[in-house]
Ligand binder design. Sequence first.
Ligand code: CUA
Length: 343
Amino acid sequence: MRRGAIFQLTVLSLVIAGIVTAVAVIPHWLPPTASEQADRIDFVFWYVTAICIVIYAIVIAVLLFSSWKFRAAPDDDSDGAPLHGHTGLEIAWTAIPFALVTSMAIISAVVLARNDATGSDPLRVDVTAQQFAWTFKYPQQHGLTTNILRLPIHRPTKFSLQALDVIHSFWVPEFGQKQDAVPGITTNLTVTPNKIGTYPIICTELCGLGHAVMRSTVVVMSQQDFDKWAKAGSQAAGGGGGGGGGAAAGKTLFMSNGCNACHTLKAANATGKIGPDLDKLPQEAQTAGVPLEQFIHESIVDPNKYIEKGYPKGVMPENFASLPKDQLDSLVSFLVASSKGAK
Ligand code: CUA
């Protein structure tokens, strides 16, 4: 009789474990991973999930078995048999969870420590978050600056995150980690990409009107492709500046400062909808009764001076006033040139 009960309980547990395992595995709850850190995090996730499935199956099997086998007969109002403690059982149900929880803590601590380790020579990327754009600067590649992140595969990358206005949060689902960017402090995140591909960068901290569009892209490429790109990019960055390069450099600045995240401008293939359409700058300058160049310059350094109809005040960041003068001039001449082209 007792042996039969244990057999039935075991079968019931296995059936329940099978169903719950299918629920855990089949729908692909987690995104595919593309970094060593995400693989480690997934390992912890599945380790804990497996333990949960086993415990859940045993508990539910005992519950169902008891309510089926030991339910009171109709009209039976008598008390159940008196129960006394069972020392062996009590030790078991204390010691086993203790061992399981301790193992989870140790495994998590090891994974956390390894995920923070950058190795001796990480690639460095300075991330700047602002309403509503990401900017990535490569201090080891002559300060190359971009707003599409590019990373070489298998190289640990140490991100230093800063925010210019409010709290943002850097998240690439495939990399498995999030890190807040907080004004006034620098936060860090280590990522070692291990799959070539293109993945989304998402801001996951509600940061204002444009929060939902504060997105970018990360491209994981081979080390050779990355070196080629970094070399070409840093030459272009170093060669900008004075002379006739003003407007061309301005286009790069337009992208690297994230203007394209919020504004529409055909000349830069920008389609942002948070701020006014920059292809309409000439009309807007006319409405304001100010020469085009002056209108553009003032609108960058003092965004609340002219407010277009339908766009609220105080949305555009005011920190562009601190751009170096030559960069500001390039940006203005680029916008003046593209306005003339668009007319
Ligand atoms: Cu930045 Cu949400």
